[in-house]
Design a protein around this ligand. Sequence first.
Ligand code: SF4
Length: 468
Amino acid sequence: MYILGQNYLKSAVMIQLDTNLIKKYNRQGPRYTSYPTAIEFAPIEHISAINYLKEELKTPKELSLYVHLPFCQSLCWYCGCTTVISKNPDVSGPYVDSLIREINATAAMVHPQSTVYQLHFGGGTPTFLREKELIELTLAIKQAFNFSPDAEISIEIDPRTVSKSQIFALAEVGFNRASLGIQDTNIDVQKAIHRVQTFDQNVHAVEWLREAGFTSINIDLIYGLPKQTPTLFKNTLEVVEFLDPDRIALYSYAHIPWIKPAQKLIKDEDLPEPASKIKMMQMALEYLQEKGWDYIGMDHFAKPEDELAIASKNGTLHRNFQGYATKSGLDMLAFGMSGISQVGNVYLQRNRIVQSWSKGVQDLGTTFEKGYFLTHDDAIRKEVIMKIMCSGDVNFEKLNNRFQIDSKQYFATELNELKPFIKDELVLLSEDGFKVTEKGRLFVRNISMLFDLYLRQKEQELVYSKTI
Ligand code: SF4
């Protein structure tokens, strides 16, 4: 019998950190913004990708759109994003032209009754674009697609370079959510990551966003950065409390310079010891919950009245390439270099090199470099992993009915491997299924990894960041 009578996300119980369990389960693992993860994608023929898209998109769809804007004025040394570093403001003009061409070529395949519920500009630094480019691009998207009146339209903002007039122009064309990269407010840490950002820049960005009518503001933080200590990171948390965002993403810094070359510029000796990093996580977890943010799931916090917290309570939390999202069941169309679309049972990724991507758009309109067609087994495992990550509740009967399997038999090995998690009271197993406990919520990546066939087969441990 379950001890928990409800989905774990329905209550805002304070999540406590058990340092022994953190040490025990602190291993490399994917963040599961997709399953299979992007590492499994393989080169795909243009024609088969386009034929598949045309077929899928000819019926009305509920859509989420993502636009990748890769330009940044300078490189942050911890960065793992797909970026183009340039001081030249003219580089974004031709990119926007190509994007509009790609958007129109893709939109021509979409059924006219399809509706967009989410649009996100990510990067890079989307606000690298000139104000008129941001407006031109947004209006082109709105003209190409049919938007729901209450669509969530969000953008990533760099407080170091954004202007008040850019923020007001974004609000004018419908943006209502923003995410700000802050990471850490201490000058020594900022110098060690090559990202110096003042208190005033942070305050101005938040004030302008509120004044312009943005309804949800997220702040990104990272713990485990060079020169960081628990005491210094506490100061960062105090600044964040003062800024009072609706959401907070608190990421663990993963030092993997063999995958993210920019990190080679960070000195190993400047990195905090594992025990110090765990202390930072413990302190941040307690601090943010005490100050009024609910723990939503992996790395994410939100005010109880924020839509992300409400979606988690309603069981409509969803995971996509941008992390947690408020609406489930949307197909995603991504534009710009490296963007990953997910339509039906297929992932399609655009070229990761800006020149190749741009040439592909000029020649063919809309192109993809890599893709992945989910097998029946992938679709089953994806469902289980997303349930673990979003609601923590996996029901065998629902799986059996949906996929025509006997779940207990199908996952006999995985359920057997759940035993240590059950012993550590991170998971409760019953005849009906299994649930992640409150204590287990910090370990959803570890639990999901048991159901990842590719991880099991390839032991790609070094590719991923640590789960904590
Ligand atoms: S962290 Fe953000 S601003 Fe810094 S280089 Fe990466 S994408 Fe650009």
